[in-house]
Design a protein around this ligand. Sequence first.
Ligand code: ADP
Ligand code: ZN
Length: 842
Amino acid sequence: MNPTGNTGSSNLSFIPNPLSFENPQPEFVEIVLPLPLRQTFTYRLPAGLQENVTLGARLLVPFGKRFMTGYAVALHTKLSAEIEIEEDAIKEAVELLDEESLITPEILKLTQWTADYYACSWGEILKASLPAGINATVEQIVSITAAGRDELLKITTANTIKVKILRYLNENGETSQRELGKVFGESNAARIVRELTGQNWATVFQRTLTAQAKPKRRKAVRLLPPESHQKSDKPQTEAQTRIIETLLENDGEMLFTELTEKAETGASAINTLAKRGFLEVFVQEVRRDPLSEAKIPEITDLILTGQQSAVLDKIKIALENEKYKAFLLHGVTGSGKTEVYIRAMQTALDKGKSALMLVPEIALTPVFSRRLRAVFGDEVAILHSNLSTGERFDEWRRIRQGLARIVIGTRSAVFAPLRNLGLVIVDEEHDSSYRQHEMPFYHGRDAAVVRANFAGAVAVLGSATPALESFHNSQTGKYEYLQLPNRIANRAMAKAEIVDMREVFKQFGKDPIFSNELLEAIKETHAKGEQSIILLNRRGFSQFVLCRSCGETIRCKNCDITLTFHKRESRLVCHYCNHREKVPHKCPSCEGKFLYFMGEGTEQIENILQRKFSELRIARIDRDTTSRRKEMEKILERFSEGEIDMLVGTQMLAKGHDFPNVTLVGVISVDAGLALPDFRSAERTFQLLTQVAGRAGRGDLQGKVLIQTYYPEHYALRHAYAQDYEAFYNEEINFRKNLAYPPFAVLASILIKHPNYNYAFDNAQILKECLIKNNTENACRILGVAPAPLARLKNEFRLQILIKARNRAALRSTLDFALHEAQEKFCDLRIIYVEIDPVNLL
Ligand code: ADP
Ligand code: ZN
């Protein structure tokens, strides 16, 4: 049952074997691979590797027809009895990629837990835990043989592609298969190379390419002491004098390029001085620092409020105890949670421990990263996906080497190789971006709590709107509940007002975007010299094209998802597969000519507002801008410095910013989010509204929030504008209980996807039967097979099976046995994606 047939010997246990190190001279290694396979593979260790291999080290191993980087998760002196394979059928590992393992024992254990808990591939999690650019790849290198050269001399016939390739090899020497593919076309190159090696005119061998990311090196210059001068004479030319002086002004050491610039000289003068022993040119490693261009703020020494101190004391006591403990810090927006986090991290550091802080979107909190840099200096490392590969590599290495003991980062930073961990903070713990939305699925917050548990560290989950599950955990005593119920300096919470758009619609007869109330408020705010934020709830809502005759929207031909209109390019775009097309002149379904643009994108809202208020300086933040980190940071900085009057954007804007001069937040079309087919949509909407309201009135000015809606009666809206978390919780928890949703049930969603519908359906059906058969205690409800809410995506059909289980043990036992049995019945597990605790059911 090996997917690729010719592989290392596979151990079909879904639970990976425990780590073991039975003997310093192991003969066999158990490997996990970064493939969606939940199993380990056994390889033999050749003599040279036996002494050097350590747990967590990366090894190059043959797998099927190729070579792959795998991770050593167990070492054995003899084969365990479970492995049903002849000893001599076991393949040898080829190469050890790390003399010292990059993966610490702690991370090995955490990733094993993650893989097991989320029923996903350990190898994929391990790969995700390492910075991009560190993974070795293997290249096929082709070279011409002597026989090939002889043949080339003989050839007089037409210039076939085979002759061309042979010539190319002759002229260029060793050439990678990839390069040949680029020059001659991939399938051509592959076919011809096979022919050439068959005729012995060329040979192929594998070459390992080590990490694409490498430490960055630069030429640098350093002054030498007088005793190394060749002659005791002074520098002669003006340029030489300037060089020495410039160096003296810079502590005697500078980067080469910096020196030529500042001393306004060329390289030759520097080289002359080097020859004469005045200075030395050497190669230096330079760190790629994500904050190198950032303005680091002054440290302000705040005096904690009574509430802050009380909370911090509890955390400090837990840190003293050096035992695992988890807190839920429920603090309203603007209550000063950040200050508590910073002091708690300082305490951990003072005790010689390290600290990890997770944030949902670090790209949105440049202000905060700078603040940490101001307080902790180079002890801070930053990890998130918007860093360049080089920056990420360098930051990761500083953590691994113990040079940075404070890590702030997004989801995958939970696997940062910190040692001696004392504290784990998860800010805005309710945020759904902690959930990885593709394989390997895992939840950053939950993994963080487990990591704290393994390390005997303190976990602090902070939020103004805790996730329902987290608040529930604080009620059952799993977490200790800490509260910051008031804003700093007793600033008032922003006043929320609802604008009933049904009334507005009645009055004006057409779909209005802005109510007069909102337009008035914008005008007033600007007149007072204050700033505003306009938020568009874009989840499932954007501009699309509707036919007024047949009511059809224009959809993606691959995904069956409404296409979004992008004005700037005048194109319809699919946000799932990126398919683009021109705006048609008539409806593709009924050929009707009355196409109607429905819904507003952030771009259009920005344009309309700019037309209405030409004096306002408006900027926009949405998915398009966030992909360009530097640009977005600049916008936020300019907004914070008052150079922009209004920000228009999506939910990104609701998260964690602190702009004291913002006094108005307007929410357009909150309803789109409530209508989604997802049991969390009420919770999401409540959180979004509470968070965005928290952006208003953070300074000494009274803030105001205007929410436009067609459903003002909805409980998520009512409690959000009353700022009443507990009232919302009580209502929502009842709904969850009555309908058996988390935290009262454990969910798993199984997605089966394939371009061929029947293939997907048949496999889904086998799996479903196995699930029913293995639901022995009847503790699971198995729903489906049904089309997934996104029934077609990227040209694949998507079917779904949903399992609701009374408890986790029942879920896992049913699921694991069913998967195992399905595999025996030749169900294709490669097209099956299991998501435990799915966050998003779309
Ligand atoms: P939260 O993260 O809870 O929304 P912040 O930590 O951003 O709140 O704090 C809100 C504002 O109050 C910030 O500008 C912060 O600098 C300020 N602040 C925090 N603690 C104090 C304090 N003890 N004294 C004065 N100002 C404070
Ligand atoms: Zn599409």
